[in-house]
Design a protein around this ligand. Structure first.
Ligand code: F6P
Length: 363
């Protein structure tokens, strides 16, 4: 069997534990040795107790937990060649040449860079006398499989990322709660949701909560958005609605690229319409707590597929990402997904909104 290591990197998300559990159990089932790497790339660079052998029971009772039991971090050291050299040595010391990375696009891009550097890294380690030439020859490269763990659903190449569904449930529950109090007091509420530069969470929850208005980064409103917004809210009130819900993605902007914040929207509604308006920022509540059934299952299925993919890989194989396409688990070249995800951001920077929206969709 092979020797595999699994780690979580970047912001955590609900369902990561399910993915870790699945990698460990599928790996052991297929006769592999599976290691945990604690604290993401930082643990890989620091080595020692951060890299420890997993067994069947070490992943019992974690599927229902939010976050990641093996810890996660955003790591500056791994961005340096010295950091990657240490990481390479720590892995080779344990004969680990198969990696499962669960994280966002930054973490997966880092994994790709690591693989590109690997041949030079092992050369350096031989020169420094840290590993033998035989060891270097036996491990000419590292095999890498990624899974996207993020509540944002901002990664091109997969229909859903691990954690998004749980975040949606949490947001919907929160909006339902806000609606009931808004109704009593005839108030308007501006709800800010996460998503970084991606409007998925905002758009989907706006649809599912019957919101009156929604602001997302990929489709900024025209410059007279204040008038359009107020006219819409007024119309809803005229039709008998006692409240308004406006969803603002944290990355929302106008067509000139200026941020549209929840506070700004509140002030507009308050001053123009004189409606009693409040802001609710949901924050990290969206990222915590128990994963939904969907995310548990997604983590399970992606984790198992990740190990199966590794089993077929050779040192020549390019890294892949496990994606959900429809209801199928598929393998997609990692760099293809990263490149497309970066194109979305580039299109947004160039204010090419049509292209940004098009690229966000399925290919
Ligand atoms: O990427 C997930 C996410 O929760 C984003 O929605 C948000 O912008 C960011 O992470 C917050 O990061 P941090 O937890 O480091 O404050």
């Amino acid at each position: 069997g092979r020797t595999i290591a699994v780690f979580t990197s970047g912001g955590d998300s609900q369902g990561m534990n399910s993915a870790v559990r699945s990698v460990v159990r599928m790996g052991i089932y297929l006769g592999c040795k599976v290691y945990f790497i604690n604290e993401g790339y930082q643990g890989m660079v620091d080595g020692g107790d951060n890299i420890r052998l997993a067994d069947w029971n070490s992943v019992s009772d974690i599927i229902q937990k939010g976050g990641t039991i093996i810890g996660s971090a955003r790591c500056a050291d791994f961005r340096t060649p010295e950091g990657r050299l240490k990481a390479c040595f720590n892995l080779l010391e344990r004969d680990i040449t198969n990696l499962v990375c669960i994280g966002g696009d930054g973490s997966l891009t880092g994994a790709n860079q690591f693989r590109k550097d690997w041949p030079d890294l092992i050369k350096d380690l031989v020169q420094q006398g840290k590993i033998t030439q035989e060891k270097a020859d036996a491990n000419p490269n590292i095999q890498i499989v990624g899974m996207v763990g993020s509540i944002d659903n901002d990664f091109c190449g997969t229909d859903m990322t691990i954690g998004t569904d749980s975040a949606l449930q949490r947001i919907i529950e929160a909006i339902d709660a806000v609606v009931s109090t808004a109704q009593s007091h005839q108030r308007s509420f501006v709800v800010e949701v996460m998503g970084r530069h991606c409007g998925y969470l905002a758009l989907v929850t706006a649809l599912a909560s019957e919101a009156d208005f929604c602001f997302i980064p990929e489709w900024p409103p025209p410059s007279n958005w204040r008038d359009i917004l107020c006219a819409k809210l007024q119309q809803q009130r005229k039709e008998g609605q006692r409240l308004n819900i406006i969803i603002v993605a944290e990355g929302a902007i106008d067509r000139d690229g200026n941020p549209i914040t929840a506070e700004l929207v509140k002030d507009v509604v308050n001053k123009t319409l004189k409606y009693d308006t409040r802001v609710t920022v949901l924050g990290h509540v969206q990222r915590g707590g128990a994963p939904s059934a969907f995310d548990r299952l997604l983590g399970c299925r992606m984790g198992a597929e990740a190990v199966l993919a590794l089993m077929e890989m050779t040192p020549e194989s390019e890294p892949c990402v496990i994606s959900i396409d429809g209801n199928q688990m598929v393998r997609v070249p990692l760099m293809q997904c990263v490149a497309r995800t970066q194109k979305v951001q580039a299109a947004m920077n160039e204010k090419n909104w049509e292209l940004a929206v098009q690229l966000r969709g399925r290919s």
